[in-house]
Design a protein around this ligand. Sequence first.
Ligand code: FES
Ligand SMILES: [Fe+2]
Length: 347
Amino acid sequence: MFLRNYWYVAAYDHEVSARPMRRLLLGEPVVLYRLEDATPVALEDRCAHRHLPLSMGKLVGDTLQCHYHGLRYDRTGTCVRVPGQETIPRSARVKSYPVAERYHWLWIWMGDPALADPRTIPDFHWFDDPAWGAKGEYLHVKSNWQLIVDNLLDLTHLAFVHDTTIGNAALVDQANVKVQRSQDGVVVTRWIIDAPAPPTFVKAGGFTGNVDRWQIIDFGPPAFLRLDVGATPTGTGAPEGRRVGGIGMRNLNAITPETEATSHYFWGQAHNWDVNNPRTTDMIIEQIRTAFLQDVEVFEAQQRNLDAIADPPQTDINADAGVIQARRVLDRLYAEEQVAAKQVAAE
Ligand code: FES
Ligand SMILES: [Fe+2]
C-alpha cells in the first residue's frame, strides 16, 4: 500500500548531480539529475523506445540522452531528438515528476502533478536552523515502510532493542504516555520523571543524578516522524515547560517506500547545545546510528517472517496505542485516495 499524493524525500541534495542517478520510489524507477543551472529534474527511468534505464545515459546540454539509440529528452520528459529522423513520434515521452529542494533533501511528488504544492512539504527546518547543530544520514532497509513507522511510534522498544545506547528500563516502567490525534496525524507524548538517564544521555548531557525525560513523537502521513526528545535534571520544571540545564534533540525521520518490502530511510539528528561543534554532532549521530542499526536488524527480521507467512495474525498491547492510531489514519487516507482515483478514471 502506497499513498501517492504526498511529497516524499527522493534523495539528499548532494546526491543529485549532472550524472543521472536511478532510484526506485514507490515501485517506480526514477532518474534524478541536475540541469546546467543546477535545477533538479526527476523523470521516469525508462526510455520510451526500448525501456533502457535513462540513468545509463548522459546529459547533453540540458537534455538526457539514452545510452542505447540516443533519443534525447528534455526536462519535461518529452523526446526532442531521434537520431536519423526528422519527426518525433508523439508517444516518445516519459513521465516527469514535480520536485522541490528543501532542508538538504530533494522532495518528489509521486501522485497527480496537478496537486503538487510545495507549501505542503513537512517542516524539517532543524536541518537549516542556526539554533541547532544537525546532520542527516541514509539507510537502505529491507522491510516495508510501515514497520519503521510503527517502531518510531512505540518507544517502549528502547528498553529492549537499545538498552546499550538510548534506552533503559525506566522507559517502560515509569513512563506517563498520552496519545492524541492531530490533523491527519498522531502525537505520542511520553514523560519519564525522576529516573536514571540512559547511557547516551549521560555521555551527551553529563547528568550525574536522575532526570525528567520527554519523548514527544509527531507523526504525519505518509511516513514523517519528528521526535522531540531530551532531559533535564529532575525537579527543575521540564514538564511545566522550563527546559533548562539539560539537553534537547530532534530526531528527524522521513521514510520513502522503495518497494512493498524495501525502504529508503532518511534520518537525522539535531541538538540544541554545542551547536557549532561538528564533533558533538558526529558523536550524537554515531550513537543514534548504532541504535538505528539495531532497529534495522529488527525490521528486516520481521519482514522475513512477513514474507514467509502471508498475513499472519498478531496481538496488540497497550503500548501500541499510537501505532494503531497511525495505521487507522493511513488506512483511511489510502481508502480516500483509491476512491478519488476511481472517480478520476471514470470521468
Ligand atoms: S532504448 Fe532508448 S533510445 Fe532505444
Ligand atoms: Fe529504535
